[in-house]
Design a protein around this ligand. Sequence first.
Ligand SMILES: [Zn+2]
Length: 141
Amino acid sequence: MENLILAQLGMGKEEENQAKANENIYLVGKAVGGEIGRAFLSGIDDLNEYVTKLKEILINLKVGVLKVVSADLEKGKIVVDIEECVTCVGTPNIGRHICYFEGGLVAGILKFFLKKEVAAVEVKCCANGDSVCGFEATVKE
Ligand SMILES: [Zn+2]
């Protein structure tokens, strides 16, 4: 099924391998996000408080500086930026998004807070010519 989708997207073997690697990195980030939640953010049920603490943690871990751009929990859409992202800051514009780990991290950390499945996609990236990395998270029902 997955191969069929990749074939339909016109991906070659190399791109296919890269896509798989990216997905694995994303899943690792997601697992780490969940662990960060469990280790440091258990019992916080206010989103602002959660984000404030999370910001400190991500700065301390040198992941980057998190900013919530918008959070519409009713629609299940959360948009965040990460400035000085550890993966891509200083990277030249290579015309690609490369921060799959951070995307997974955002998804995992939000999943822990919301106790619902969350998927995050990187929509801005320093490696794609943007000044920050941006992630759009979607909460699944
Ligand atoms: Zn990036």
